[in-house]
Each structure stands twice: as structure tokens, then as C-alpha cells.
Design a protein around this ligand. Structure first.
Ligand SMILES: [Fe+2]
Ligand SMILES: [Fe+2]
Ligand SMILES: [Fe+2]
Length: 268
């Protein structure tokens, strides 16, 4: 099994979450299944792993680019090499036995993905630490565009509001400021979700119901946070703030809303 360790953390919430997700997918290789389902399981796992890795590399490179990281070209090279190796391995894997495949997959994950996170991605963390680059805030990237002007405009604005929460203000004003931002975010999220739902309806998006459930859950969680806000200490608020913003805004836009665009692209 591949175990996630704190020392692999870059300090960037989204990239760290994606790295953890890669570990999770990789670990599925060790789940026991019926012998008759093994082949099917392996090929879907390999597909998911390479799809996820591909998207993740794009996010990582975008982020590095946005902070002017000088190691970006090396990082890209390292990513390309992993992609190439993985692809070559996939092309040859058809003639191998399942047990060989399992062994090789574990070896590949360890020697490419995990080694890469530990040694290459980590260089960026050290660089950020050295030059006091803030790695925490949320950044908009054009790769998040869905192609619908209104929804894209709203997503960008959600990122702007969220980003405000990370901007520096003296400690005695922090709580009040965060409270205002969360309220503003909540109000805007409600409006945006409703527009997005109308949009999904207009294109007959088949997963509309599921998407609405996700929206409802986000609204409930935001509401709970707002309700207990005054009872929380500044430390408790700050500890959770980045995680909430990631969950409510960033990850939702990147992983859920992007499915709408993908579907629309394939069904035009
Ligand atoms: Fe990387
Ligand atoms: Fe959205
Ligand atoms: Fe959404």
C-alpha cells in the first residue's frame, strides 16, 4: 500500500488534495476482487490513474506558472517523461499476465508518481519557502473555463471573493473580515447555483439532479458554518477557512462544474 505522509505536503491545498487522490486511486490496485474481474479492474484503474494524473499535471503547471516558478520547464519535462513512460507501458501491457501487471503497476506508481512528488514537486515548496511566496491563496486559471460566459464570469467572481479571505488584515479585524466575506460568498453562491442549475437545465444536462444535491450540500455546510461562527475562535476559523473555500468553490468548479462542460462538448 502507498501511504500518504505529511512530509509530501506542498502547502497548496488543491495540489495536495490531488496528490492524495492519486495515492487513493493507486491504492485501489491492492483491493482484492474476484479473479474474473481482475482484468477489467486493472484496465479501468490504469485509465483513471492516467486521466487524473493528466489533469493534475495541468493544474500544477498552471500554478507554477502563475507564481513565476523558475523550475517550471524542468517540472514539465519530468511530467512529460512520466506521461510517456506510462503510455509506453500501457501499450505493452496487453500481452502480460495480470500478476505481472499488478507488480509492474505498483513499481511504476512508486518509481514515477511518488518519487516525482517527493523530489520534483517538493523543489517548488522549498523555492516558495525561500522567497516567501504565498502558496495558500486560491488562483483562477483559464483551464477552469466552461465556455458559458455568465457561468464563467460568476466562477471568476467566486474566486475573487474567496481570495479576499486570505488577504492580510491585522489580527483584531480578522474575525469580522472573514465573517463578512463568508456572508458575501454565501449570498453569491446561492445566486450562482441557481443560474448554473438553469444553465444545466437548458442544455438537458443528464446529471442535473446529482449536481443539485451537491449544491444543496454546499449550501447546508456554509449555513452551518455561518450559524456557529460567533462561537468559534479565530484559530478555529482560520484552520478551517482554506479547507472550506477549497471545498465550496475551488474543487467544486474544477471537478464538478467541469463535468458539465465536458458533457456539453461531447454532446453538441
Ligand atoms: Fe509535478
Ligand atoms: Fe459553479
Ligand atoms: Fe456547480
Amino acid at each position: 500500500m502507498f501511504e500518504w505522509k505529511k512530509e509530501y505536503e506542498l502547502g497548496h491545498l488543491m495540489l495536495d488534495k490531488e496528490h492524495q487522490e492519486l495515492f487513493k486511486i493507486a491504492n485501489e490496485a491492492f483491493c482484492v476482487v474476484e479473479p474474473s474481474q481482475k482484468e477489467q479492474k486493472m484496465s479501468s484503474l490504469i485509465q483513471r490513474l492516467s486521466d487524473y494524473f493528466e489533469i493534475h499535471m495541468m493544474h500544477e503547471e498552471d500554478f507554477m506558472d502563475s507564481i513565476g516558478y523558475p523550475g517550471l520547464q524542468n517540472e514539465k519535462k519530468s511530467h512529460d517523461k512520466i506521461k510517456k513512460d506510462f503510455q509506453e507501458w500501457r501499450e505493452n501491457h496487453k500481452h502480460k499476465s495480470i500478476s505481472t501487471l499488478e507488480r509492474e503497476l505498483a513499481f511504476n506508481i512508486e518509481n514515477t508518481i511518488i518519487t516525482h512528488i517527493k523530489f520534483e514537486d517538493m523543489k517548488m515548496r522549498h523555492w516558495c519557502e525561500k522567497y516567501h511566496i504565498d502558496i495558500k491563496g486560491v488562483r483562477w486559471h483559464d483551464t477552469y473555463l466552461l465556455g458559458n460566459d455568465l457561468i464563467d464570469k460568476e466562477h471568476k467572481h467566486l474566486f475573487e471573493i474567496a481570495n479576499e479571505a486570505f488577504r492580510y488584515v491585522p489580527a483584531h479585524q480578522r474575525k469580522e473580515k472573514i465573517k463578512n466575506i463568508i456572508h458575501e460568498l454565501y449570498k453569491y453562491v446561492i445566486e450562482h447555483f441557481s443560474n448554473e442549475e438553469k444553465y444545466m437545465e437548458s442544455i438537458n444536462y443528464p446529471a442535473l439532479k446529482e449536481h443539485i444535491v451537491i449544491h444543496e450540500n454546499i449550501k447546508i455546510k456554509m449555513n452551518e458554518f455561518i450559524k456557529k461562527f460567533s462561537l468559534l475562535s479565530l484559530k478555529e476559523i482560520e484552520d478551517n477557512l482554506a479547507l472550506f473555500i477549497e471545498e465550496w468553490v475551488v474543487l467544486h468548479v474544477i471537478h464538478e462544474d467541469s463535468k458539465i462542460a465536458k458533457w456539453e462538448l461531447n454532446n453538441k
